[in-house]
Design a protein around this ligand. Structure first.
Ligand SMILES: [Zn+2]
Ligand SMILES: [Zn+2]
Length: 361
């Protein structure tokens, strides 16, 4: 499709411009999508403030960000057309982590570690625009009953599916979740769906509103570990969890925040043969400090959960079946013109925000 479109082009830290740019070209293996909803991810905020390098060759812009998106097919490349896969008008959601299916990691199912990965919104132009082109292998049809807004939670929720799989929850397990953001809210719900017993949701600083949201999604206990004025404040989380578990501590813990302190605390409050999953993306120079003897003799396991390999089919089904209710996590919807405003709000005053989406059309 020839022509121009509106797009938010990111140049460098805190510099983004709404511009008219050419509509992306569709190669033989691509599909062109008219963008509907795009979630603002924590990583978009990091890129915007220059805290993380982009996935481009130089690590820098210009680049159109935005990787959590839904839309409508408007043009189909030769290969997916010959295969009869998509037609204009199809409602789709895009897995932005687009692997090649032709390298050794892909052959092992480690699709997130593909040697030829492209990621719209991170390494190539993404979805804070009227149109985005995507490899056909990244597309999934959106179930009829899933709205474009709910569908745009599939990417973060697929990461949650992958992480909760790694948590290997046994029926009735006591689970500690560190981080009352959008990810934490989805984790609370999925942990309950797959058989967790009681769940403690733990947050830092002015998180009380978010912590309280966690209760609505199924958390049994909420704790604020930093704000002394909070009615949920505790100075000794380990003792609280010990008291709640007859001294056994948490069976499982997961950390959907990039805070190193939270991860160390997750290891501290976990008991014998526990599994602790690291989820939030750390900063480049972060180093964990974990007491070695108790880690060893309590037979704890630490696992990382990076991206969402082989998790998309499950994520789409779980959202479609209502196993996780994502729409109440959406606390703000902005037009494309107000992307920077929304990013700044999430960064400076996230108190009563969980997820903000840009509604392009
Ligand atoms: Zn994301
Ligand atoms: Zn590959």
């Amino acid at each position: 499709m020839k022509g121009k479109m509106k797009a938010q082009v990111f140049y460098e830290a805190e510099k983004m411009k709404l511009e008219e740019v050419p509509i992306p070209e569709v190669t033989d293996v691509d599909v062109l999508i008219k963008i509907k909803n795009v979630g603002i991810c924590g990583s978009d905020i990091s890129y915007y403030y220059g805290l993380s390098p982009l996935g481009t060759a130089t690590g820098k812009g210009p680049l159109i960000l935005g990787h959590e998106f839904t839309g409508e097919v408007v043009e189909v490349g030769k290969v997916p057309e010959a295969m009869g896969l998509y037609k204009p008008g199809d409602r789709v959601v895009v897995n932005p982590v687009q692997n090649c299916n032709a390298c050794i990691p892909c052959a092992k199912g480690h699709t997130h570690l593909c040697e030829n990965l492209i990621v719209p919104g991170v390494s190539v132009d993404g979805a804070f625009a009227e149109y985005c082109s995507s490899r056909y292998t990244g597309l999934f049809k959106l179930p009829d009953k899933v709205s474009y807004a709910a569908g745009a939670f599939t990417e973060p929720f697929a990461c949650v599916v992958n992480a909760i799989r790694k948590l290997d929850i046994e029926p009735g397990d006591f689970v500690a979740i560190f981080g009352p953001g959008a990810m934490g809210m989805m984790m609370v719900q999925l942990c309950k769906s797959v058989g967790a017993g009681r769940i403690a949701l733990i947050g830092a600083t002015n998180d009380d509103w978010r912590l309280e949201q966690g209760k609505k999604f199924g958390a049994d206990y909420i704790f604020n570990v930093t704000d002394k004025n909070s009615k949920y404040y505790t100075a000794d989380l380990k003792k609280e969890i010990s008291d709640l578990t007859d001294g056994h501590l948490a069976d499982r813990a997961i950390v959907p925040t990039s805070s190193n302190a939270a991860f160390e605390q997750a290891v501290e409050v976990s008991g014998n043969c526990s599994i602790i999953v690291h989820f939030g993306l750390p900063n480049a120079d972060d180093v964990f400090k974990i007491p070695a003897l108790s880690f060893h003799t309590m037979d704890k396991q630490i696992r990382s959960a990076w991206l969402a390999p082989l998790s998309w089919a499950t994520a789409i089904k779980a959202i479609g079946e209502g196993l996780v209710n994502v729409e109440p996590i959406l606390t703000g919807t902005y037009p494309l013109e107000k992307l920077e405003e929304a990013i700044k709000l999430l960064r400076t005053n996230p108190g009563e925000q969980l997820k903000i989406q840009i509604k392009v059309s």
